[in-house]
Structure formats: C-alpha cells, structure tokens
Design a protein around this ligand. Structure first.
Ligand code: GCU
Length: 389
C-alpha cells in the first residue's frame, strides 16, 4: 500500500525492490594509489582522501577562515529551575567575526541537575522550526523531547539550521556563508564551494566549541543528531569533526545515509534539482551518472569510524530508502573491522522496531512515517547508554 501511494504521487521513481538496477560500490579500503588499507594507522591517510572527495564532489569545501574561526560565546540566560527543576536551561549566542562582518546564532541547552559532573550531550540540528525546540516548554514536541533525554541523564541542545544558512536556494548564503564570500558578485561560485548542509554542520562544530568551555557538559561525549535534511548535515558534521563521539542519522535519505548508486526513492538528479543550495555544484553532474561518483554514502559512514553511529529509518518513508540507509552502515563494516569491530552483513537488516546493535553502531527501522519521534530518541539514548555506562 505504501509503495502504491508513493508511485501515484511520485511517478518515475523506484519504490519496488525488484526494480532497483544493479550497481557496484567503491571500496573504502582501496586507496587512490591502488593500495589496500589494512590498519587503523593506514586508514588515517585514506580517511583524508575520502574526506577530500566528499568535499570536492558532494558537500563542498569550507573556506579556511571558517575552519579556523574562533567564536565568542555569550550566555544570555541561565535558569537552574527549568523543566520543573530537573534541568538548568542555558541560552548561548555564538558570535563569529570575519573582517568587518559578523554572524551569530543561538544554542539552547538543558543540562540535567541530577547528574554530578559533566553530562554527555545530544545536539539536534533542528530543521523543523523553532517551536520544536521551545526553551520555554510552552510547546513540547517529540521531535526534541528534552524532558525524556534529561531524565535519561543526558544534556540536550539544539540549534536552528536556518540561523546558519537559510533553507532556500535564493538566500542560503545570508548566514555564515556570506561572512566569507562576496555575495554581491555575479561570478559563479567554485564548483566545490560549500552549501547549506556544510554550513549547518559547521554550526554543529561551533556549538561543540561552546560545550568544550562549559563545565556542565562533557564535550568528549557529544552526539550530533539530525532528521532528514538535518540528518544529512549531522553525518557530514561527524565526518568533518572527529570530536563528535557519536553521530545520529534519522531518516536522512539521499545525500545522507542512503546509497547514491542504489536508485530507490529520491535520486541525486532529483535532490540537486529541488535543493540546489544543499550541496556543492559539482555534485549536480552525478545525477543519472551515480556510478561516476568517486565516493558513495557508505564511505560517509566509514568516515565516522571507529566512533559511534546510529542510523534510523521508518518503514513508510520509502522516499528516504530505508534499505539503502541500512546498506550504507553494512558496507562500512570493512572499515570498522580495522578495529576488529564485528561486521554487519547486508542481508541482516533487522525486523521492524527491533534495533540491530553491534559495537559502535546501531540501526533500526521504526514502523511509521518520516519523522523523528520519542521512540527514535529512545533508541539513540539507549545506544549512548551502552557506550558510556
Ligand atoms: C524532502 C527531500 C529529502 C529531505 C526531506 C526532509 O523530502 O527530498 O531529501 O530529507 O525533504 O528534510 O524532510
């Protein structure tokens, strides 16, 4: 029934497993010079090659000053009686300057009062409107269940992706990107110039810079979380910034956890057409030519190794290709294997609502629609429990 529904609303796309054309994935352990990586030490170099390929061909490259920026933090509110006394609320402005230009965005944070010592922290890249992360809790949304996460012993934070780069092809440079380039010129941007996903991920790293200065949170146990387009950005944040100990991709789909070469649901051609501001311009040329991409998304998961990663799907969310999301995790196994972590077989996709857990990785497919729910969060805090308790 779900397949038929998709086929009627999105004709021309594949929603039936039997229609997926065959494909061959690149081997993450095969270096550019043809040598095979066999040790974590050799992986360090190979990892740089892959990171560079993703920057050049998919998400774009950040300008150097952006990578080196040192933000200033301004605590604008601190309330130790938040969430009925269970948490301390902090609102922090993150200020960045470059030349005569400046930018700022807000990070909101609830720290559990019951935890002694620095608490591990979940940071959501919120792509769904600030009411979902309401610090006053006048609106409580399962998309960011602060009460639940705090009760589990974790700090929970959020930033609004639109503060870093508006989610709009006409104005996406009006956030942090415009700090570092001249948006008035009509000259085309370089083919590898960063797009909105990279700008959102950059914001995650600046939030982490703040966590490193706050004694109430443990920046060595920081989790970056995102749903859908936010999940694409969360994966890229975890790849670009190895300080994130864990990365959570919820229903991230095409350009996120789902394999690009597996033509099922959303495709590279469609996503670059609909959301040209998310990726770098070079990515466009791979629409309909995915086999020419030097990388595929299992290698994005591999960039997280040996750190923790959780991939979540929803069974009615065919547009995101749940199976393709699972397969990325499975096909990253050879890289996790360098640390002797157990592999995930491509045939081992778990049944509905029964997470598959192996060291450093988890995958689940929730029954229901494209969303980030309390059930998903329960799996993610559960994964953190196994890692840190
Ligand atoms: C669209 C888009 C997806 C994206 C989703 C979302 O459906 O095609 O790639 O993940 O929006 O962000 O909810």
């Amino acid at each position: 029934a779900v397949v038929a529904e998709y086929e009627s609303t999105r004709p021309g796309f594949v929603f039936d497993e039997r229609e997926v054309p065959p494909y061959r994935l690149p081997d993450p352990l095969r270096s550019r010079n043809g040598r095979r990586v066999r040790t974590p030490h050799q992986w360090r170099l190979r990892r740089q090659e892959l990171l560079d390929d993703f920057r050049t061909h998919v998400y774009g490259r950040r300008p150097r000053p952006a990578e080196r920026s040192r933000p200033r933090f301004e605590l604008v509110e601190s309330d130790p009686t938040a969430l009925g006394g269970a948490a301390t609320l902090k609102r922090v402005l993150v200020h960045t300057r470059h030349g005569s230009r400046s930018h700022r965005f807000e990070v909101i944070l609830f720290v559990p009062n019951a935890v002694t010592g620095p608490a591990p922290v979940f940071l959501l890249l919120n792509n769904r409107g600030p009411e979902n992360t309401d610090p006053t809790r006048a609106t409580i949304s399962p998309f960011w269940p602060a009460e639940q996460v705090v009760a589990a012993g974790y700090a929970i934070a959020a930033l609004q992706v639109g503060d870093l780069a508006p989610d709009d092809p006409a104005t996406f440079r009006d956030g942090i990107i415009g700090l570092y380039e001249d948006t008035a010129t009509t000259r085309p941007r370089p083919a590898d110039a960063w797009g909105a996903l990279s700008a959102w991920a950059w914001g995650a790293s600046r939030a982490l810079d703040y966590f490193a200065t706050d004694r109430d949170v443990d920046a060595d146990r920081a989790v970056v979380v995102g749903h859908s387009r936010g999940g694409k950005a969360a994966l890229w944040a975890g790849a670009e910034d190895e300080r994130f100990a864990m990365t959570v991709s919820n229903d991230s789909g095409c350009g996120g956890a789902a394999l690009s070469r597996r033509v099922f649901g959303e495709t590279v051609a469609r996503i670059t057409d609909d959301f040209p501001h998310w990726f770098c311009r070079r990515f466009f040329r791979y629409g309909g030519a995915e086999d020419r991409l030097p990388v595929d998304q299992h290698e994005l998961i591999a960039l997280l190794a040996p750190r923790a990663v959780c991939v979540g799907s929803a069974d009615e969310d065919l547009w995101s290709d749940p199976r393709g999301e699972f397969l990325s995790l499975a096909h990253a196994s050879s890289v996790y294997g360098l640390w002797f972590h157990r592999g995930v077989r491509p045939s081992a996709m778990p049944p509905l609502d029964r997470p598959l857990r192996v060291p450093a990785r988890s995958y689940h497919i929730r029954s229901g629609v494209h969303d980030l729910t309390a059930q998903d969060w329960g799996y993610y805090t559960g994964a953190a429990d196994r890692l840190w308790r």
